[in-house]
Design a protein around this ligand. Structure first.
Ligand code: FAD
Length: 392
């Protein structure tokens, strides 16, 4: 059934990448996105390891490289803004500057992937699945906007708080692990006059955050957060309420954080979420599968969410092609191909904190502490390169 109708929920990274591959394999693709258009915002995300290979096979690697944030380095500053550390070899957001990895703004990458997927994809913006019912032959989807349509397959690429997962697999609380940190992301003017640079400040009472320049130094992308031992209760759709939470938590923060918070109130691209992971025993149920953060979120701490979504899209579409559209065989193969890579990358998020602490101890000259912290940590480069995409 190569002309099978597939509904993809979510048009960020995994959704458009899957749309690209499914169209090329002869499927009929509809993408539904809750936002009224392609969503702006997001920090720099990283395309690494096999995701570079997938981008190359899509013919978009050069475009992604051209859109790279082009960071030259980073500084850490104290509460008065005095530099306490600088590096022109690595950055906190993107890692080793000499590596082949590409760091790119999330919205720029999403736009490149959507353009690549082309005009054959049907997009339904400002809508969302409200009910999903499947039988042996297909899946009936009732949309929040009132339409009812039937598809052969449905793929949820709708992120950490996936509606598809909730409707088909069960409540989010069954699958989510909070990692104890909340992060807000938004844009501000580059009032610090930085040139392809990032600056971070850590508050004494938990997390601070930082800024990095974007769009030829005309913008700052701000990310500020805080730690919370217990998960917060808040409305995921109430943006003003999320801004209030962040402003309250960071009210005593130093450096330019008060000024960054002033810009937050009018920012059109504010995004706030917990650092969390999704762990599921199975990424599919009948004719419905999950992709990217919806099925196996690693959290921004892994630095691998974007690569996992792009690689996942390639494998899922490839296995559907290889199985001639037999979703049972394809979904099983998708999972057995990818499970080890996903697990290793989710573990990276848990060890990355220790990795950063080890690096800071080494920079402070405490080699003993650095060695103790680094002991037993999986090598980052080995993990990100631990998957080789097949040819489909
Ligand atoms: C606005 C935004 C900012 C982000 N900022 C960062 C960041 O700074 N750093 C970082 O590491 N990661 C960030 N992420 C997450 C990062 O994009 C993902 O971890 C990764 O790229 C995997 O992408 P994904 O496509 O699986 O999920 P996501 O990128 O989360 O995309 C999910 C998409 O599904 C849409 N959606 C959600 N619910 C529904 C629904 N019910 N119906 C239809 N569509 C729905 C969302 O609007 C979104 O476009 C951000 C995501 C978004 C959406």
């Amino acid at each position: 059934m190569t002309d099978a109708k597939v509904l993809i929920c979510g048009a960020s990274i995994g959704g458009p990448a899957l749309a690209y591959w499914l169209v090329r394999h002869g499927f009929d693709v509809t993408v539904v996105e809750r936002a009224p258009g392609p969503r702006p915002g997001g920090q720099a995300v990283d395309v690494r390891g096999p995701a570079l290979d997938v981008a190359e096979r899509m013919g978009v690697l050069a475009e992604i490289r051209a859109a790279s944030t082009g960071m030259r380095g980073m500084s850490m500053v104290d509460a008065d803004g005095a530099e306490i550390f600088r590096s022109e070899e690595h950055t906190l957001s993107g890692g080793d500057l000499a590596s082949p990895d590409v760091e790119v703004l999330r919205d720029d990458l999403a736009a490149i992937l959507m353009r690549a997927a082309g005009g054959e994809v049907e997009y339904l913006f400002d809508d969302s699945p409200a009910a999903v019912e499947q039988d042996e032959q297909g899946v009936d989807v009732v949309f929040a906007g009132g339409a009812r349509r039937r598809f052969d397959l449905v793929v949820g690429a709708d992120g950490l708080h996936s509606t598809t997962r909730r409707l088909v697999f069960g409540p989010e609380s069954d699958f989510i692990t909070h990692l104890g940190t909340y992060l807000g992301v938004w844009s501000a003017p580059n009032f610090l006059g930085l040139d392809h640079w990032q600056v971070f400040h850590q508050t004494p009472d938990g997390w601070g955050g930082g800024v990095l320049t974007a769009r030829d130094n005309t913008e700052l992308r701000v990310y500020l957060g805080f730690e919370s031992a217990t998960p917060l209760e808040y409305d995921h759709r109430d943006v003003a309420g999320q801004k209030r939470i962040l402003a309250e938590r960071l009210r005593n923060a130093g450096w330019v954080i008060p000024r960054l918070l002033e810009h937050m109130w009018d920012a059109p691209d504010f995004h706030f979420d917990s650092m969390a992971q999704i762990h599921m025993d199975s990424w599919s149920h009948g004719r419905v599968a999950l992709l990217g953060d919806a099925g196996y979120c690693g959290s921004p701490l892994s630095g691998q969410g974007t690569s996992m979504a792009m690689v996942g899209a390639y494998v899922l579409a490839g296995e559907l092609k290889a199985a001639g559209g037999d979703h049972r065989a394809a979904f099983a193969a998708y999972e057995s191909e990818l499970r080890g890579y996903v697990t290793a990358n989710q573990e990276l998020a848990l060890t990355n904190k220790r990795r950063v602490e080890a690096q800071q101890a080494a920079e402070a000259g405490d080699t003993e502490a650095a060695a103790a912290l680094a002991e037993g940590l999986a090598d980052f480069t080995d993990v990100i390169g631990s998957f080789k995409p097949k040819d489909y």
